[in-house]
Write a protein that binds this ligand. Structure first.
Ligand code: HEC
Length: 149
């Protein structure tokens, strides 16, 4: 009897939690189930969302070179252009690889460049300091989750 009561209490709590998340509609949540806009403060923690990657990595560490008409390999990484120039676009260095292949971080040229795989030449950001492993892991996670905007 006591066990049964506990079970109903547990079910009630679960139902309340689901209801608290807007009934699972996903409104206001990004592809990772995190609130939209979370992680975009460059002084706060980074998340595996594109907006957070832009704020924490692309804008501060890449746009010194990858911006404007003379961006290396035509790759602009400023907030206005980066998504369209990365996701689903063949890389210049190894055209058989997409810069970002949604769902497939292991075959995304961006990851090869950030990790400095020998076959792809210079590691990014060129001259360093390079991204640490947890940061690259979040970028991998974003790609493997489908590289949502
Ligand atoms: C100091 C200048 C500089 C900085 C900073 C820099 N890059 Fe680069 N990047 C280059 C140059 C030059 C190339 C072209 C040569 C090459 O492919 O290695 C390049 C090429 C690339 C390519 C290959 C594009 C292709 O299609 O072949 C990627 C991807 C890339 N950079 C990503 C980044 C990212 C992401 C950052 C920031 C984390 C970054 N780079 C920071 C200079 C820079």
């Amino acid at each position: 009897m006591r066990v049964k009561t506990r079970m109903w209490v547990a079910l009630g709590v679960t139902a309340a939690l689901v209801a608290g998340c807007g009934g699972g509609s996903g409104d206001g949540l990004d592809a990772n189930g995190r609130p939209v806009g979370e992680g975009t403060d460059p002084n706060g923690p980074m998340t595996a969302s594109f907006a957070s990657i832009q704020a924490h990595v692309l804008t501060p560490a890449c746009t010194g070179c990858h911006a404007g008409a003379s961006a290396p390999r035509g790759l602009r990484l400023d907030a206005t252009n980066s998504y369209a120039m990365l996701v689903g676009v063949n890389s210049g260095g190894v055209p058989s690889l997409k810069r970002v292949a949604p769902g497939d971080a292991a075959n995304s040229y961006l990851i090869h460049k950030l990790e400095g795989h020998q076959a792809v030449g210079a590691r990014m950001p060129l001259g360093g300091p390079f991204l640490d492993a947890p940061t690259i892991a979040l970028i991998r996670q974003w790609i493997n989750n489908g590289a949502q905007p």
